[in-house]
Ligand binder design. Structure first.
Ligand code: DC
Length: 667
C-alpha cells in the first residue's frame, strides 16, 4: 500500500521546466463530445487521472468504443448521439466534470427508451445538482432524486425519442424553446446543459438567472462545442442559444491543452522560489481562463513571461511579492493557489467572490483556513472570501501535518508552504484526481535544504564530529539519539514500561523536548546529563527498536531540516530519515578505542567504570542497533566510511567538510 503521507523538506529554491498534464476540463468535455459525434475522433494529450478515468469508464459502460493508440492517444468511436446501452448504473466518483454533463446528456438522450442511475462518493452526494435538474425538467426530462432532494444520486428515465433530424427543422411554433437556469452555484450546470442541447435538434435558448460564476469555464465549453461543429450564440453574456439542427461532427483529431489550473502551482513556485519556472502546454493562446492566474501573480509583483504555448514565472523584481485584494470569480480553482502564495507576500491577501469553493471537492474555504492555521498563519474567512496574513517579520511557519480532505487542490496548494517550513501532507494520492505525478514533478524543480547525514556506532565520536561540522558550516544540528534517550527518560518518569510499544510511542509523539545550543530539556528541565546515564542509554536502545516509536519520531526529526542546512547524526539518518541527504557518512571505530574514549569521559565526570564492562556493553548495543527489524544501523551503499580509530576529532571533522565541499562544488 502507498504511504498515506509524504514529507516535504523545506525548500531553498525552485527552478526548471514542467511539461503539464492535459487539462481536466478540456479532457472530459472532449471525451464526451467525441462520444456523441458522428464518427471517430483521435484524442491526443488527454489527461490521465481519476476524473478522466471516471468519464472513460462511464462512456464504455454506455457502449462507446474507445481504443488506445500509440503515444497515449485514444480513438473514440462516436455514436452520433445514440448510446447503444439503454440501461446502466454508473458510478462517477467525485468527478463534477463527469456527473453534471452526463446527467444532462442522458436526460435528453435520443434513441430507444432508457433508464440510468448515477451515483458517486459520499461527498458527490453533498454537492448540489438541483439547478441543473430544474433546467432539464423544463425540457421534459424525467429525473428523480434517489436520496436527498436537489442532490445525487439520481435516476434518469428517457422516453423513446426519434433520431435527430438531419436537416434543421423550420423554426415553427412549439419547436424553439427558452429555458432558465441559475448560474450562481456552479457553471458546470450551464456547461452540462449546453453540451446536451444539440441532442434535441431544435433551437433552444438558455437564459441564465443571477450572476453567472466561473464564466471562463463556460467559454471552454463553447470553444470545444465549436470544434465539434456546434456554434453557440451568446447574447449579452446571459443568453446562450444552440441553433436548430445542431449535431456534433468529429474534427478528426484533437489535441488537449495542458492544464492551466495545474500550471498555477509551478508558476507560484517560480514566483516564490526565485525561478525561473516554465510550464509548457498552456500559454497566451489558451482557451482556459485559469491562465489568468499569471495576471494575479503579476499583480502581486512577480515577473511573468509568456509565449503561445508556455508561461514562465520568476521572483518579484522589487524583492518581495505584495499582498492583493482580488475578485476571483473568473479563476476559482487557480485562486486557491493564491491563498498559499499569500504566505510569502507583504501584507494580507484577500480573495473575494469565492462562494463556489464551499461546494467543491470539500468546503475549500473552511479547509484552507483550518490547514493554514496549523502552520501558525492568521486567516479570516467569510461566506465568500478568505484573507491570509503572512507571518510577521522574523517569525517562521510551524512544521505541521496537513490534511487534504480528499481534495487534490488542497494537497497541491499546501505543498507550496514547503518554501517556508518542512511539511507533512496526508493522503497525497488525492492529487491523482487531476495530476497523478504532481509530487514527482515538484521534486524535479525544487531544491531542498541540504543535509549531511552522519550515522555510526555508539561512542564512535559522531556526536562530537557532527556538531563541529554543523558549527563550521553554520548549519543546524540534530542529535537524533537524544530523541530516543529523551523518550526513554520520559517513559521512565511516566512509569511506562520500555517494552510497552504503544505506551512509549504515545510518549514519543507528545515529547516536550527542547534543544537550545548544547542544552537539552525535557518539559523545561535540563536533562543533558540524565539522558547520558548508562541506564537511560540501555533504555534508549530498547525503545529505539520499537517501530511505532520510530514512526512517532520521524516527522519531528525531519522538521529540523531548516535553512541553510542540517547536520544530523544517528543510525538511520542517511538510510531512512533523510535518504536524499547531500552527504552521507558512516562513522565508526574499533570497540576497544570506543570503550577507552567512553571510560575517559566517565572518569572525567567522576563516575567509576571498567573498560571491560564498557566494551561488552558497546558490543551488545551495536548488536541490537544493527539487528533490529526497523531502521537497523547499517552503512548505506552511498555513504562514505570514516574509521576514527586512529584519527583525531579535528582530522575527522576536516574529512567530513572535505566531502561536503566536494558535493557543493559538483552541484
Ligand atoms: O547516538 P546515541 O548513542 O545517543 O543513541 C541512543 C540510542 O538511540 C542508541 O541505542 C541508538 C538509538 N538510535 C537510533 O536507533 N537511531 C538513531 N537515529 C539514533 C539513535
Amino acid at each position: 500500500m502507498a504511504e498515506d503521507y509524504i514529507d516535504l523538506p523545506q525548500l531553498l529554491a525552485a527552478r526548471g521546466t514542467v511539461r503539464l498534464p492535459g487539462s481536466k476540463s478540456i479532457s472530459n468535455r472532449v471525451l464526451l463530445l467525441a462520444a456523441l459525434a458522428d464518427s471517430d475522433t483521435e484524442v491526443r494529450g488527454l489527461l490521465q487521472s481519476d476524473d478522466t478515468a471516471r468519464m472513460l469508464d462511464a462512456l464504455r459502460a454506455l457502449g462507446v468504443r474507445i481504443e488506445p493508440l500509440p503515444d497515449n492517444a485514444l480513438r473514440v468511436s462516436g455514436v452520433a448521439g445514440i448510446f447503444p446501452v439503454r440501461q446502466a448504473d454508473l458510478f462517477l466518483g467525485n468527478a463534477g466534470t463527469v456527473f453534471r454533463p452526463l446527467t444532462a446528456v442522458l436526460a435528453l438522450a435520443v434513441g430507444d427508451a432508457g433508464e440510468y442511475r448515477l451515483a458517486g462518493v459520499p461527498r458527490m452526494h453533498e454537492r448540489p445538482i438541483g439547478d441543473l435538474v430544474d433546467g432539464l425538467r423544463q425540457l421534459g426530462a424525467e429525473i428523480s432524486y434517489l436520496d436527498r432532494q436537489g442532490f445525487p444520486p439520481l435516476a434518469i428515465r428517457t422516453p423513446r425519442m426519434p433520431r435527430m433530424p438531419r436537416t434543421p427543422r423550420a423554426p415553427g411554433p412549439g419547436s424553439a424553446k427558452v429555458i432558465s437556469l441559475r448560474g450562481d452555484v456552479s457553471s458546470q450546470f450551464l456547461t452540462g446543459l449546453l453540451m446536451a442541447l444539440p441532442l434535441r435538434g431544435v433551437e433552444t435558448t438558455v437564459e441564465v438567472l443571477g450572476e453567472l460564476i466561473s464564466r471562463p469555464y463556460v467559454d471552454i465549453t463553447l470553444a470545444i462545442m465549436a470544434r465539434f461543429g456546434v456554434p453557440v450564440r451568446c447574447d449579452g453574456g446571459q443568453r446562450f442559444t444552440v441553433p436548430a439542427g445542431s449535431a456534433y461532427r468529429s474534427p478528426g483529431a484533437i489535441e488537449v491543452e495542458g492544464d492551466a489550473s495545474s500550471a498555477s502551482y509551478f508558476l507560484a513556485l517560480g514566483a516564490v522560489g526565485g525561478g525561473p519556472v516554465r510550464v509548457e502546454g498552456v500559454g497566451r493562446d489558451s482557451i482556459q481562463g485559469d491562465v489568468r492566474f499569471a495576471d494575479a501573480l503579476t499583480a502581486m509583483g512577480a515577473t511573468i513571461a509568456a509565449g503561445a504555448n508556455w508561461i514562465e514565472a520568476s521572483a518579484a523584481v522589487a524583492g518581495r511579492l505584495q499582498g492583493v485584494d482580488l475578485d476571483c470569480n473568473q479563476i476559482p480553482d487557480a485562486a486557491m493557489t493564491l491563498a498559499t502564495v499569500a504566505l510569502f507576500a507583504e501584507g494580507p491577501t484577500t480573495l473575494r467572490n469565492i462562494a463556489s469553493w464551499r461546494v467543491k471537492e470539500t468546503d475549500r474555504i473552511a479547509a484552507m483556513a483550518a490547514e493554514l492555521r496549523k502552520l501558525g498563519v492568521t486567516v479570516d474567512e467569510g461566506g465568500d472570501f478568505i484573507r491570509v496574513w503572512p507571518p510577521a517579520a522574523g517569525q517562521s511557519l510551524r512544521p505541521a501535518a496537513i490534511d487534504t480532505y480528499d481534495d487534490h487542490r488542497m494537497a497541491m496548494c499546501l505543498s507550496l508552504a514547503a518554501l517556508a517550513t518542512p511539511l507533512r501532507i496526508n493522503d497525497p494520492q488525492t492529487v491523482g484526481k487531476t495530476f497523478p505525478d504532481y509530487f514527482g514533478r515538484f521534486a524535479e524543480i525544487t531544491q531542498p535544504v541540504p543535509v549531511v547525514a552522519i550515522d555510526g556506532t555508539s561512542a564512535s565520536g559522531k556526536g562530537t564530529v557532527a556538531s563541529r561540522v554543523a558549527e563550521e558550516l553554520g548549519w543546524h544540528y540534530l542529535d537524533s539519539g537524544a530523541l530516543y534517550r529523551l523518550t526513554a527518560l520520559a517513559a521512565r518518569q511516566a512509569g511506562v514500561d520500555w517494552h510497552d510499544e504503544a505506551g512509549v510511542a504515545a510518549i514519543a509523539a507528545a515529547l516536550d523536548a527542547g534543544f537550545a545550543g548544547k542544552v537539552i530539556t525535557l518539559a523545561g528541565d535540563d536533562v543533558g546529563d540524565a539522558i547520558r546515564s548508562e541506564e537511560i542509554s540501555a533504555g534508549a536502545s530498547l525503545v529505539a527498536a520499537l517501530p511505532a516509536v520510530r514512526a512517532a519520531l520521524l516527522f519531528r526529526q525531519r522538521a529540523f531540516r531548516r535553512p541553510p542546512g542540517l547536520v544530523a547524526d544517528g543510525r538511520d539518518m542517511g538510510s531512512v530519515v533523510f535518504p536524499d541527504s547531500t552527504t552521507k557518512v558512516f562513522l565508526t571505530a574499533s570497540v576497544e578505542v570506543r570503550a577507552e574514549r567512553r571510560h575517559k569521559q566517565l572518569i572525567e565526570k567522576g563516575i567509576a567504570a571498567s573498560i571491560a564492562a564498557l566494551s561488552l556493553d558497546l558490543r551488545e548495543r551495536d548488536e541490537r542497533d544493527s539487528r533490529r527489524s526497523v531502521s537497523p544501523m547499517q552503512r548505506s551503499a552511498d555513504a562514505e566510511l570514516l574509521d576514527t580509530t586512529n584519527l583525531t576529532i579535528a582530522s575527522a571533522v576536516a574529512q567530513v567538510l572535505d566531502w561536503v565541499n566536494k558535493v557543493s562544488e559538483a552541484g
